[in-house]
Design a protein around this ligand. Structure first.
Ligand code: IMP
Length: 430
């Protein structure tokens, strides 16, 4: 069997919102297939080109290139109503010529999942996760409890009736206990059968399609949502999402063999942000945080919430690079740091008087971690028009080299603005 080297996974290495949409779109210009393999419409991928800005939630970022096959694979949780809304939104803006394939095995987010997401958060008192309230967690729970509805069920009316009846028996009991409104079988059944009919032309076995494309040597880009620090297995549990946005999750979530996945590009902001609650050792407050938030437009694409802002955390990055086998990094929003006089990078944590260089597993330990910083000089020059690494200010280059040294990972791309063209390609990796 010949060696496969035509696949690339794009992985967020922080808490999401690193700019994966821009990189998937940029690299996607060379791709034949773009695949979402986990998460759902909790993601917000912003893509800017030709003076237009598009925000995608569950539709893969390759949708703007008519020659690309876009796959929503089995590891996703899909809200059919929201996905149809996204497709209509694209059509209204003239994006009509696209190829989309939705896995018949992907889980469906039902309205009761959204109701339960809100209710579980309310029950947590002051300890809310700060979820996107899109029903992501409850939909994954049902999948693993084996009462989930799958996309393929929506186009098989008799079987769907059976599945929905079984699910509602459980769900309505739970909703009643929580004092929430129950869902009526007939109403939901009709509504979701109608969604099934709209989506029918896109629904297929995407694993067969993907394996064929990979084996034929086509270029396949796997687009992760969220980031490794939000991973259900390796993130800052319980302040995480309910899926794994790592490269390891691709084979399972897309139905391809692990041997087909051999390269991962880590998408990393030049600083750190986080939306929602949970530990954030390098968090900043005050003037510098506001400066970065405003220059970086750090407000959630999905929820509009202001993002928490902090210095770059090399401890977290090493954790993410190790777990996701990151081969190269892409440093995003680098232009945002112009004008910051002194930049800091966290190189270790002090935990109960000891210096550690890893991310501890428990929340209580992570909350006690105090960052240990190195300081570097910033730069004053605006860099959004720079297209060549050598043309960057010396201190900017030094900051990038330091990131490589601290993460032991080569930087292949530096992004200096939201547009496709505002990209410094140091190494062609796809
Ligand atoms: P959920 O995914 O809606 O269950 O939310 C769980 C946590 O993940 C919350 O802290 C969210 O803010 C965070 N989260 C989910 N999706 C994204 C994303 O695309 N970017 C950044 N944070 C996210």
């Amino acid at each position: 069997m010949s060696e496969i080297n035509n696949t690339l996974v794009v992985v967020g290495v922080q808490w999401g919102d690193e700019g994966k949409g821009k990189m998937t779109d940029y690299l996607g210009q060379k791709a034949d297939v773009v695949v979402r393999y986990q998460g759902g419409n909790n993601a917000g991928h912003t893509i800017t080109f030709g003076g237009n800005k598009y925000a995608l939630q569950s539709i893969p970022s390759g949708v703007f290139n008519p020659h690309i096959k876009n796959v929503m694979a089995n590891g996703m949780v899909i809200n059919p109503k929201a996905a149809i809304g996204e497709l209509e939104g694209l059509k209204e803006r003239g994006i009509t010529d696209f190829q989309l394939f939705i896995s018949d095995r992907a889980a469906v987010i039902m309205p009761y999942h959204i109701a339960l997401d809100g209710a579980y958060e309310a029950l947590k008192g002051g300890k809310q996760i700060g979820t996107t309230k899109k029903g992501i967690g409850p939909a994954y729970c049902d999948k693993y409890s084996r009462v989930g509805i799958r996309i393929g069920d929506l186009i098989d009316p008799e079987y769907f009736a059976e599945r929905l009846r079984d699910a509602l028996t459980q769900k309505n009991l739970e909703l009643r206990a929580l004092g929430l409104e129950e869902f009526d079988f007939d109403t939901l059944y009709k509504e979701f059968l109608a969604y099934g009919e709209i989506l029918r032309p896109y629904i297929c076995d995407t694993s067969i399609l993907l394996n064929k494309e990979i084996e034929e040597g086509k270029k396949v880009l796997f687009e992760g949502a969220q980031g490794v620090m939000l991973c259900i297995e390796n993130g800052t549990y319980p302040f995480v999402t309910s899926s794994s946005p790592t490269a390891a999750s691709v084979p399972l979530g897309a139905g391809v063999a692990p041997r087909y996945i051999n390269r991962a590009l880590g998408i990393c902001k030049a600083y750190t942000t986080r939306v929602g609650a949970g530990p954030f050792p390098t968090e900043l407050e005050g003037e510098l945080a506001d400066y970065i938030r405003e220059r970086g437009h750090e407000y959630g694409t999905v929820t509009g919430r202001p993002r928490r802002v902090g210095y770059l955390d090399a401890v977290g990055l090493r954790h993410a690079c190790r777990i996701s086998g990151i081969n190269y990094l892409s440093i995003m929003l680098f232009d945002v740091l112009t004008g910051v006089e002194t930049l800091k990078i966290c190189t270790g944590y002090e935990l109960d008087g000891k210096v550690i260089d890893y991310v501890p597993a428990t929340l209580s330990a992570l909350e006690r971690c105090k960052p240990i910083y190195i300081e570097m000089d910033g730069w004053k020059e605006e860099i959004e028009d720079v297209r060549d690494f050598d043309a960057l200010p010396a201190t900017a280059k030094a900051y990038l080299r330091k990131i490589e040294e601290l993460t032991n990972t080569e930087i292949a791309v530096v992004s200096v603005g939201p547009d496709r063209t505002q990209t410094i390609m140091i190494k062609d990796i796809f």
